[in-house]
Design a binder for this molecule. Structure first.
Ligand code: PBG
Length: 323
């Protein structure tokens, strides 16, 4: 046999030499859950190892993670039920604990790269990402609300917004509003394709944000569709997105690969809550090795074409890499 592929697998020496995909902390964004109050830390039941934190503890967490080499964080607020309204006005109320915390993070840890979430669901009494009227999700009226959220967040000094709502035209709308108000430097990491997925379950537990009626299928994409993803990507590209994101990650590696092949922008993938929960739950039962499953998942996501991975494993990955 002239070709014996096993020769290149013989020792770790040769294996590490020819390894094509290496995940590092440079690639990762760590999503964090913020709650109101002081010195409180609540574990998300369906996401072992992931906590809802008050701002004081979140600052410490970010500082600790930065020491491990993670620079980017995506902060999601948990808004109490009483503060949710049909218009989601809590999203741009100037004195909200979310906005105050963002300002504090950027003031105290200016080297951190802070990304925010743009969508109505945490603030909406309907639990939808857009404005609801007569059981329908309004597109253009939602844009105005998202615009106010984006400006309020940009004022805090954050680096990048992450529109996760899937309304049509929102990237262009937000880019224009940010530019008009002098926030040319605030980037947009667009949730370009967000599929209507079962894998967001634990996140909705964390935020207590499940929709009050129906589902999100009139705005999030049908998991069966591949071509439509390129339409969304083309639009976001033309509308000025800085980063295109695919979400979830593991069940959509073909889409990540399509994006990488067809667009020159950095591609991000969101290794979502359900993907994290599956590994952690199986590991708790002793059914698989969590650390190896984490490494393999992140490697697969990067191999498929993702330059950036949002993952709840970020801190654990960084700690393991330190060893
Ligand atoms: C909502 C939002 C969701 C996630 C991020 N932003 C959930 C949803 O669309 O219902 C999910 C993230 C995850 O599951 O880790 N705008």
């Amino acid at each position: 046999m002239l070709r014996r592929p096993r020769r290149n697998r013989k020792t770790e020496g040769i294996r590490s030499l020819i390894r094509q995909t290496k995940v590092t902390t440079d690639d990762l964004i760590f999503p964090l859950f913020l709650i109101e109050g002081y010195n409180k830390k609540q574990e998300v039941i369906s996401m072992p190892g992931i906590y809802r934190l008050t701002s004081d503890l979140m600052l410490k967490e970010i500082e600790y993670c930065m020491g491990l080499g993670i620079r980017s964080f995506d902060v999601f607020p948990i808004i109490s039920k009483k503060d949710r309204t049909p218009e989601g006005s809590g999203g741009y109320c100037e004195d909200s604990f979310y906005l105050r915390t963002l300002k504090e993070i950027k003031a105290r840890l200016p080297e951190s790269h802070i990304i925010t979430d743009i969508a109505m669901d945490p603030y909406s009494s309907d639990g939808h990402d857009g404005l609801v009227k007569d059981g329908k999700i309004l597109n253009d009226a939602t844009l105005e609300i998202l615009g106010k959220m984006a400006l309020a967040q940009a004022e805090t000094g954050i680096d990048m917004i992450g529109p996760s709502d899937m309304m049509d035209g929102r990237v262009g709308y937000l880019r224009e509003i940010l530019d008009q108000e002098g926030f040319q430097e605030v980037g947009i990491m667009s949730y370009t394709v967000k599929y209507a997925s079962a894998f967001y379950g634990p996140f909705r537990d964390a935020l207590d944000s499940a929709p009050k009626f129906g589902d999100k299928k009139t705005y999030q994409m049908d998991p069966a569709n591949r071509g439509e993803a390129l339409v969304e990507a083309q639009l976001d590209y033309e509308e000025g997105a800085d980063i295109l994101m695919v979400k979830p990650a593991l069940t959509y590696l073909d889409i990540i690969s399509d994006f990488k092949e067809n667009f020159p922008l950095p591609i991000a993938a969101y290794n979502v809550s359900g993907e994290y929960a599956m590994i952690k739950a199986a590991a708790q039962k002793g059914w698989l090795d969590s650390e190896r499953a984490m490494q393999e998942s992140l490697t697969a996501i990067k191999r498929s074409g993702a330059d950036i991975i949002l993952t709840y494993f970020a801190k654990e990955f960084a700690e393991v890499s330190r060893r």
